[in-house]
Ligand binder design. Structure first.
Ligand SMILES: [Zn+2]
Length: 269
């Protein structure tokens, strides 16, 4: 085993963390939050998924990756390798995994993808991806499929670095706002998926004495009535939870910028 620790990065699109925790509908997120490194984070404008996830997943800003909307037109992803690719360069033996239902993040046939396919690494077993389409089928259906594949992969091979993405809360926020039932129903569903992955990681730690770090973040907040993109504090609100299993909680700086997350994650491997 070449890695000191294994890292599971969970992206929850459009999550208002404190609203989720205070709702009483996110017991797993609450428990992880209360026993972790945790920092508030403020994302750049525009507060939309494409630019924000690209910054979070590549450790570069829009000046470098040039993703300014969700169309990825004129992107410069060639200059902005994703964190799994960066880890592979640093540690050639590393095994990586990504699962997401938003195609620009992961689908080789879509406008990105932010996560490079690395076909040769897939062929040699060093990388695997789970690609599905929540935009077509809805994230209430797709998020559980993402989690199911992630849990199976963690159980089977315990990748050194994983990225797993859920979008049901963002979808519900757009449709129903973020003050009432459906947003919190979606949060509760995602919380249960996070719990399943957490359990899977705990079992690996016990069975194989692996050290794990579960990192959770979001790409932007949401207005009360639903929607984001603007410069209100609620739309710019993000966070980092980093919960260590088998080692002390990380001592990352209290003030963290979205483009710095990759560097901290790589330092934990
Ligand atoms: Zn988003």
């Amino acid at each position: 085993m070449t890695s000191k620790s294994k890292v599971l990065l969970i992206g929850i699109d459009g999550l208002l963390l404190h609203r989720a925790i205070n709702s009483g509908r996110a017991s797993t997120l609450k428990a992880l939050y209360e026993d972790s490194y945790c920092a508030e984070m403020r994302v750049d404008l525009p507060t939309i998924s494409g630019p924000s996830w690209t910054t979070l997943l590549t450790g570069t800003t829009q000046k470098v990756h040039n993703v300014i909307d969700n169309d990825y037109k004129n992107h410069n992803l060639a200059a902005a390798p994703d964190l799994l690719t960066q880890a592979r360069v640093l540690k050639p033996e590393i095994v990586t995994y990504a699962a997401a239902g938003w195609p620009p993040l992961i689908d080789p046939s879509d406008v990105g993808p932010v996560i490079r396919p690395r076909v040769e690494d897939q062929d040699s077993g060093k990388h695997s991806i789970f690609v599905c389409d929540g935009e077509t089928h809805g994230y209430e259906k797709i998020d559980p499929e993402v989690a199911e594949d992630a849990v199976a992969t963690i159980d089977r091979i315990g990748p050194d670095l994983s990225f797993v993405y859920f979008c049901g809360a963002d979808e519900a926020g757009h449709l129903h706002g973020t003050l009432e039932g459906p947003y919190f129903d979606a949060i509760e569903r995602i919380d249960s998926l996070v719990s399943k992955m957490h359990q899977s990681v705990l079992k690996r730690q016990q069975d194989f004495e692996e050290n794990w770090l579960i990192v959770i973040t979001t790409d932007h907040g949401h207005r009360d009535e639903g929607g984001h993109g603007g410069d209100s504090e609620q739309e710019r609100a993000s966070f980092v939870i980093a919960h260590a299993i088998g080692t002390p909680q990380p001592s990352w700086p209290a003030d963290i910028k979205p483009e710095e997350l990759v560097r901290h994650i790589l330092s934990a491997l």
